[in-house]
Design a protein around this ligand. Structure first.
Ligand code: UDP
Length: 261
């Protein structure tokens, strides 16, 4: 598949056109940002791990009927995805209170929620992705009620599936962010899951030790981000057990891919 012109560059990914107007290439960068872009760095190998982990999760989700934008992974850093009209909302799903929720409402960090909590943030970097109510979505027509009802149902299934998947490998799914898009199918709009699901967009804690295996390692200057993401990939069965935990060994992903062909 030939990579065409760059259509969009975000904080962690670049989108390129292809010869097919309905498909684009999503390139995973090594850039890490936090706190509304105030903290920035490059972490070698992060994009490779996120590409692979996101591919794994999205293809598992499509096997349980959750339609999503992934067509196929192309190489270490790129995947072909369906071009969708992104709904400008970040859907935050929480199982355990931490991060901005605890700060905003004074909830004790680590409080297990009785039911998953869905929060909505407007996707707008200039405004710092502000928290909004469901009513704002309808008032400003960012999505309609039918779409949000459908998305909520999808979110709960995704959450159930992901909790189980991670529990099976000794990881607690604390919270995560999802994005959805509209796809025209036979003249009708269909809602599908878009963006990525990776340790950049989820909080993942080791089930026994509560060790953070996600982007909080960067946000909170805990270090060792690549070993943590590698640990997630290994436990998911994407990386071989014997591979050493270092940025260099991210290259092992390519040999795994070749062997699987
Ligand atoms: N999240 C994300 N992108 C964002 C904001 C949040 O992927 O722009 C994810 C984040 O990694 C976490 C969850 O959404 O898994 C909830 O994040 P929170 O609202 O607590 O934000 P933070 O504390 O990171 O500011």
């Amino acid at each position: 598949m030939k990579k065409g012109k760059r259509l969009y560059e975000g904080k962690a990914k670049i989108i390129y056109a292809t010869q097919d107007k309905d498909l684009v290439i999503q390139y995973f960068k090594d850039d890490a940002t936090a706190f509304n872009n105030q903290k920035k760095t490059t972490i070698e190998g992060k994009g490779v791990l996120n590409n692979r982990i996101s591919e794994h999760i999205l293809s598992n989700l499509s096997q349980i009927g959750i339609k999503n934008h992934l067509v196929k992974r192309l190489n270490m850093r790129e995947q072909v995805i369906k071009l969708v009209e992104i709904i400008p909302i970040e859907f935050i799903v929480r199982n355990v209170a931490t991060g901005s929720l605890t700060k905003r409402l004074g909830i004790e960090d680590g409080t297990v929620l009785k039911e998953p909590l869905i929060e909505y943030c407007l996707k707008d970097d200039k405004l710092g992705d502000p928290l909004i109510a469901e009513e704002h979505i309808y008032a400003f027509e960012w999505a309609n009620k039918k779409e949000i009802e459908k998305i909520k149902k999808m979110i709960l299934r995704i959450n159930d599936f992901m909790i189980g998947m991670f529990r099976g490998i000794g990881i607690k799914l604390i919270d995560f962010k999802l994005e959805f898009g509209r796809l025209k199918v036979n003249g009708k709009n269909e809602i599908i899951l878009a963006d990525e699901i990776s340790p950049d967009t989820c909080r993942l804690w080791d089930s026994i030790t509560d060790k953070k295996l996600d982007k909080d390692r960067f946000r909170k200057d805990l270090g060792d981000l690549i070993p943590a993401y590698t640990e997630v990939a290994k436990r998911l069965g994407i990386l071989h057990e014997q591979s050493n935990v270092s940025a260099v060994n991210v290259t092992q992903l390519s040999s795994v891919k070749k062997k699987n062909k």
